[in-house]
Design a protein around this ligand. Structure first.
Ligand code: ADP
Length: 296
C-alpha cells in the first residue's frame, strides 16, 4: 500500500506553478508534508484525493491512477480539507449522517454503524448528541476526521489538522493520527515542525513546489550530525555572527544570547557542539544546507 508520485506538476490558470515536477514515494504509516504556506501541500493533497487535475506527471494511490481511476481511489480514501464547513445547529451524529447520505451510504443500518465507529475512532462517541456549536476547535477537527473516516478508508489525508489548535489539543490530535495509522496511509500537512518530530515515520519537505527532502525524520537529523553548535554571544555580535555563520535559531540566555548554528567546523571561539533538532534541520532544508534528496 503505497503512493507513487512521478514528475508531478501543477500550474494553475493564470500561471502560478504550485508543483514543479515532484517525485515522491509515500509508504504506509503517518507521513508528514511539511512546508511554509504556499509551498504546494494542499495542491498535492487535492491531486491525490482526485479533486484536482495535475498539469503533468503521474500519481498512483495503491496502484490506481489519479487521472483515470478516480472512482477506485475515492472508495479507499478519506480527505479532510483545511476549511471544513459545519452546520453549527446539527449534532455530531447528524453532521456525519448528512455526510454519509452525501456519499451515498444509503443503507440506514450500515450508515449508523459507520457513524458510530467513526465517532468512536476519534473519541467523540459520548458527544454524538451534542451540537457542533458547543465544540472546541480540537473537537471540530476530530469531527472533520470522523467524516473522512466514514468509508473506513485505507488512505486518510488531512490538510493542516493542527492549525488553530492550542498545544494540548494539538498533541491529542497528533496521537489520534498515529492511532489511526495502523495499516493505513495517513498523510498530514503542516507548517509546524514540532508536529512532525514524534508522530511521523516518513516526511517530505516542500519549498516553492519543489521537494527539499523526503525520508525519515531521523535521516534528516542524521545529515546534521556533528554539524550543529551553540555559541554564547553578546547581543551586539548577532548581526556579525548571522553574516558569517549559518544561524538556525536565536535564544536569550541569562548572560546574553545563544545562537544555534550549522557549520562543518566551528571556527568561533566558545562554540560547543549540540545535538541537531528537527527545527535546525527544517531551517537547513529551506536553505538547502542538507541537500535535496529522494527517499530511495
Ligand atoms: P500550501 O498548502 O503549502 O499552503 P498551496 O498548494 O495551497 O500551498 O499553494 C501553492 C501555490 O499555488 C501558492 O502560490 C498558491 O497561491 C497557489 N494556488 C493555490 N490554489 C490556487 C488556485 N486555485 N488558483 C491559483 N493559484 C493557486
Amino acid at each position: 500500500m503505497e503512493i507513487e508520485i512521478r514528475g508531478l506538476r501543477k500550474v494553475y490558470p493564470g500561471g502560478v506553478v504550485a508543483l514543479e515536477g515532484l517525485d515522491l514515494t509515500i509508504p504506509p504509516g503517518v507521513f508528514a508534508l511539511l512546508g511554509p504556506n504556499g509551498s504546494g501541500k494542499t495542491t498535492l493533497m487535492r491531486i491525490l484525493a482526485t479533486l484536482l487535475e495535475p498539469t503533468a506527471g503521474e500519481a498512483y494511490v495503491a496502484g490506481h491512477d489519479v487521472r483515470r481511476e478516480k472512482g477506485a481511489i475515492r472508495e479507499m480514501l478519506g480527505y479532510m480539507p483545511q476549511e471544513f464547513g459545519f452546520y453549527p445547529s446539527l449534532t455530531a451524529y447528524e453532521t456525519l449522517d448528512y455526510f454519509g447520505l452525501l456519499c451515498r451510504m444509503n443503507d440506514p443500518k450500515e450508515r449508523r454503524s459507520r457513524i458510530e465507529q467513526s465517532l468512536a475512532n476519534v473519541n467523540l462517541g459520548e458527544y454524538a448528541g451534542r451540537k457542533v456549536s458547543t465544540f472546541s476547535g480540537g473537537m471540530k477537527q476530530r469531527l472533520g476526521i470522523a467524516q473522512a473516516l466514514l468509508n473506513d478508508p485505507r488512505v486518510l489525508i488531512v490538510d493542516e489538522p493542527t492549525s488553530g489548535l492550542d498545544p494540548e489539543e494539538r498533541i491529542r490530535l497528533r496521537n489520534l493520527l498515529v492511532e489511526l495509522a495502523g495499516g493505513r496511509v495517513v498523510i498530514l500537512s503542516t507548517h509546524i515542525v514540532s508536529d512532525v518530530a514524534v508522530t511521523s515515520e516518513g516526511m517530505a519537505i516542500l519549498h516553492q513546489g519543489r521537494l527539499r527532502f523526503s525520508g525519515k525524520p531521523a535521516e534528516l537529523l542524521g545529515r546534521l550530525e556533528g554539524r550543529t553548535w551553540i555559541i554564547d554571544i553578546e547581543e551586539e555580535e548577532l548581526s556579525r555572527v548571522r553574516e558569517e555563520l549559518f544561524v538556525t535559531g536565536v535564544f536569550r540566555s541569562a548572560t546574553g544570547m545563544q545562537v544555534r548554528v550549522i557549520e562543518d567546523e566551528m571556527s568561533h571561539p566558545g562554540g560547543y557542539q549540540t545535538a541537531p533538532t528537527l527545527d535546525d534541520a527544517y531551517v537547513a532544508a529551506m536553505n538547502q544546507e542538507v541537500g535535496s534528496v529522494g527517499m530511495g
